[in-house]
Design a protein around this ligand. Structure first.
Ligand code: HEC
Length: 319
């Protein structure tokens, strides 16, 4: 009975919920799951289970990332049996990412915001990954949270309106071991990142204090589109718009000039070139992108099968 109810509640989002002998674990398959719930702290949070074993809760009152954990998603037992006061257990080691205060500041890095308004979230159709929409002191902000490995969290902030004032994002040195931001942003030694007016994109990579347990990737996904969304989309669009790297819309339609061993060379994309661009991104640098943020060594995160799936996904875009 309970199992049935559980399954019925979830089938609408086309997510496979595994309510097996392994009880009431909500298991993420190849789409993100978004679940309103009460986790161990008392707040009513939004829990997100990402494919690949990265999970987090977002606090819609303070509009901030609350907790992350690596492992499985949630144990639904409390809710399903009516015991446990509706609280859901997270299935992993909880890691905090910051203090109680809201990390975003508008106009003045030291002044707490007067108004915070949560406006919901939007799901990427292909992957189910949510983008949270909110306003801090009237400034519209869109936030995505991703992870590329254990103890790493990437927060992407998008400011859809160009005319915002100086905005700030404050790191908490207690939870965060180190921070990287994209090159157009500055960060002070106190961990305050500045987003100047007109800048509408901020990528903040937090390295958290390591947790005691090891990160276990449950079931690495081999869905090429999903891998693209998780690992490439922040720099490469599919619709022709330029982000940090060239759009994949141009991959098959344009020749490009690359710098290889100090020599310019004209290249037409083929499987070999795509594979090389992923595995040795520095081997041939596309003209015009010499100073762009570099691609990471994806072999540290993805296995061979996943890289094959990505290459296949890009090959399928060939007209
Ligand atoms: C941090 C940003 C960033 C991320 C993330 C990123 N790339 Fe790139 N990529 C670049 C930049 C910048 C270039 C152009 C410079 C160069 O050639 O290395 C590029 C170039 C490429 C090219 C050559 C494009 C062309 O038109 O010639 C391919 C193919 C590519 N990337 C694939 C990928 C794939 C697949 C992923 C995901 C696994 C990925 N990239 C993730 C920044 C990124």
């Amino acid at each position: 009975m309970n199992k049935l109810r559980l399954i019925m509640q979830f089938t609408y989002s086309a997510v496979a919920v595994v309510a097996s002998a392994a009880d009431f674990d909500i298991t993420v398959t190849d789409r993100a799951i978004v679940q309103r719930c009460v986790t161990s702290n008392e707040a009513r949070n939004i829990a997100v289970g990402m494919p690949g074993g990265f999970n987090f809760t977002f606090d819609p009152v303070r509009c901030r990332l609350d907790t992350v954990w690596f492992g499985e998603f949630l144990d639904y037992r409390g809710e399903a049996t009516g015991r446990g006061g509706g609280k859901l257990q997270i299935l992993g080691v909880k890691q905090l990412v910051g203090t109680e205060e809201l990390p975003v500041r508008i106009g003045d890095a030291e002044r707490e915001p007067k108004t915070i308004r949560f406006e919901g979230y939007r799901k990427e159709p292909a992957t189910g990954i949510p983008t949270f929409l909110f306003r801090v002191d009237g400034v519209a902000i869109e936030q995505r949270v991703l992870s590329f490995g254990s103890d790493q969290v990437t927060i992407e902030l998008h400011f859809p309106n160009d005319n915002h004032p100086h905005c700030y994002y404050r790191m908490d040195p207690v939870a965060v071991a180190s921070v990287d931001v994209n090159e157009n942003l500055r960060i002070s030694d106190r961990g305050v990142m500045q987003i100047p007016p007109g800048e509408n994109w901020a990528q903040i990579r937090l390295r958290l204090m390591p947790s005691q347990e090891k990160f276990v990737r449950q079931k690495p996904t081999t869905n090429g589109q999903l891998l693209y969304a998780l690992h490439c989309m922040s720099c490469h669009t599919l619709d022709g718009k330029k982000k940090i790297g060239p759009s994949f819309a141009d991959l098959w339609t344009k020749e490009r000039i690359v710098m290889r061993d100090g020599q310019n060379e004209t290249v037409v994309a083929d499987e070999h070139y795509i594979r090389e661009s992923i595995l040795q991104p520095q081997a041939a640098i596309v003209q015009g992108y010499e100073n762009a943020n570099r691609m990471v060594d994806i072999r540290k995160t993805l296995n061979d099968e996943q890289i094959d799936a990505l290459v296949k996904f890009l090959m399928q875009k060939k007209p």
